[in-house]
Design a binder for this molecule. Structure first.
Ligand code: XIL
Length: 454
């Protein structure tokens, strides 16, 4: 096994050789990045927790791969193991991305959470458009489970066997499976999964079941009855697609009540979205929310895994799914850890708060954005400190290019941007702030960088 220290070093070296300008930005950024000395996976291990992330198989190289390997002890394929991905045409299987993720995980001593076997979404058209008798439908499902679980037998720590079985009011969701097979499709799927890989932990997974409510109580009652019937069920997955400032107050209590049934609990898809654009106050709130969720898991011994649904804002489903919302993950689009990262780390016992630069900080925001360009703003503010001159640096990760700046002298070399104060605004008094602005071009995506003050 490669040590995580080696991986961290490799990350730094890879960045260093990408160019002198990038190296300069890296060195300035060093205090914040260096503060994350102990990777999340090691902090988690000290607390008996696996810390995971959803991943996209094709991205597992370069910085994305380095961070995924160094920081996380579990990977969940974000899409690669869904039925529509693995059997797009009947009998024609495509395991390439799933295989790649499993191999990557093995190479980096990581667990894999298999996701997901029985769901109403992302099924192949041949399946959803077919008309099947209950017996045919049951055979299809049993074969699917036997094939997929069997393929990865011994290599999957846990399977999300059934995903999103309930409506918000706690009744069963009327899916292809429920409508065709009745509620026992759940017990049958679990039994078939156990037969195909007796060592894998078998989970039921859902969203909006993080707090105590009608839906989570229905799930609780189901798990209790499955246990009573002797149906194989090992765990409950709380997806935790949360909204900023809305971590349920009953999260820990809810985790505990499932644990008391004699099953494990995992936070399986954590992200915490905010209305865009992000700003310093929202990112601080997000840190507190990530910390609260992590702390609730830490507080319950049977909460065994905390997985984020994508570790970087450049690989999150949120912006495409919830218009106007985003910035939901612990890393920004340029792989810089956000306050949220430190929220997780602190709840896992790490002492990682990034030291403020002499009590002064720089916050980056996008004002307006159109198809090819945008206007950006950086505000430098001081509290308990002051500046007589300043320099703000950042690295653009998606090819953004500054065309014009005002109230600062900005230069850009490759991805590295340096903006120094103009002759008239170098002074930032204690309790005061200075802003500068710029126009820039973008295409594809426009993730916000982290600004370092030098
Ligand atoms: C999402 C993926 O992240 C997206 O890439 C895809 O387009 C849609 O599905 N609950 C789940 C996950 O259980 O499988 C979903 O993943 C997010 C919601």
């Amino acid at each position: 096994m490669r040590s995580s220290r080696t991986l961290r070093l490799k990350t730094r070296l890879t960045t260093l050789v990408t160019g002198v300008a990038a190296a300069a930005a890296l060195l300035l950024a060093a205090p914040a990045s260096h503060a994350a000395d102990t990777p999340l996976r090691d902090l988690g291990a000290a607390k008996g927790k696996i810390v995971g992330t959803a991943v996209t198989g094709s991205k597992l190289t370069g910085t994305y791969g380095d961070v995924a390997a160094a920081q996380f002890s579990s990977l969940t394929p974000g899409n690669a193991m869904k039925w529509g991905s693995v059997e797009p045409a009947r009998g024609a299987f495509d395991w390439a991305e799933a295989d790649r993720i499993v191999a990557f995980a093995q190479a980096h001593s990581q667990q894999v959470r298999g996701h997901t076997l029985v769901w109403h979404n992302q099924n192949p058209n041949w399946l959803t458009n077919g008309s099947w008798t209950p017996a045919q439908l049951g055979d299809l499902l049993q074969n699917h489970i036997a094939t997929e679980v069997g393929r990865y037998k011994g290599r999957i720590a846990a399977w999300d066997v059934v995903n999103e079985a309930f409506n918000e009011d706690g009744t069963y969701r009327p899916t292809l499976w429920y409508n065709g097979l009745g509620a026992d499709y759940i017990a049958n799927a679990l039994t078939w999964a156990r037969a195909a890989d007796p060592a894998a932990k078998l989970y039921i997974n859902d969203y909006n079941v993080e707090g105590v409510n009608a839906k989570s109580t229905a799930l609780y009652n189901l798990v209790r009855s499955l246990k009573q019937r002797g149906v194989p069920i090992d765990g409950v997955g709380l997806q935790a697609h949360l909204v900023l400032g809305q971590v349920p107050a009953t999260l820990q209590q809810n985790i505990q009540r499932f644990a008391d049934l004699g099953v494990d609990v995992a936070i399986t898809e954590l992200d915490i979205r905010m209305t865009l654009p992000s700003d310093g106050a929202k990112l601080d709130r997000q840190k507190a929310d990530y910390k609260a969720v992590t702390a609730a898991c830490v507080a319950v011994a049977r909460c065994v895994n905390l997985t984020v649904w994508g570790f970087t804002d450049s690989d999150s489903w949120v912006e495409g799914t919830f218009p106007g919302e985003g910035a939901a993950t612990p890393y920004d689009g340029n792989y810089a850890p956000k306050p949220a990262y430190y929220g997780i780390a602190e709840a896992l016992g790490g002492t990682t708060a990034p030291p403020p630069t002499g009590g002064c900080k720089a916050v980056y925001s996008v004002g307006s954005q159109w198809n090819t360009g945008f206007t950006g703003n950086v505000t430098i503010s001081c509290s308990g400190a002051s500046l007589s001159s300043w320099k703000a640096t950042w690295t653009y990760g998606a090819g953004q290019q500054i065309t014009q700046a005002w109230s600062a002298d900005c230069t850009q070399s490759g991805p590295a941007v340096t903006c120094a104060n103009a002759s008239y605004n170098g002074t930032v008094p204690d309790g005061g702030s200075v802003s500068f602005g710029f126009n820039a071009n973008w295409s594809g995506s426009n993730p916000a960088p982290t600004v370092t003050l030098g």
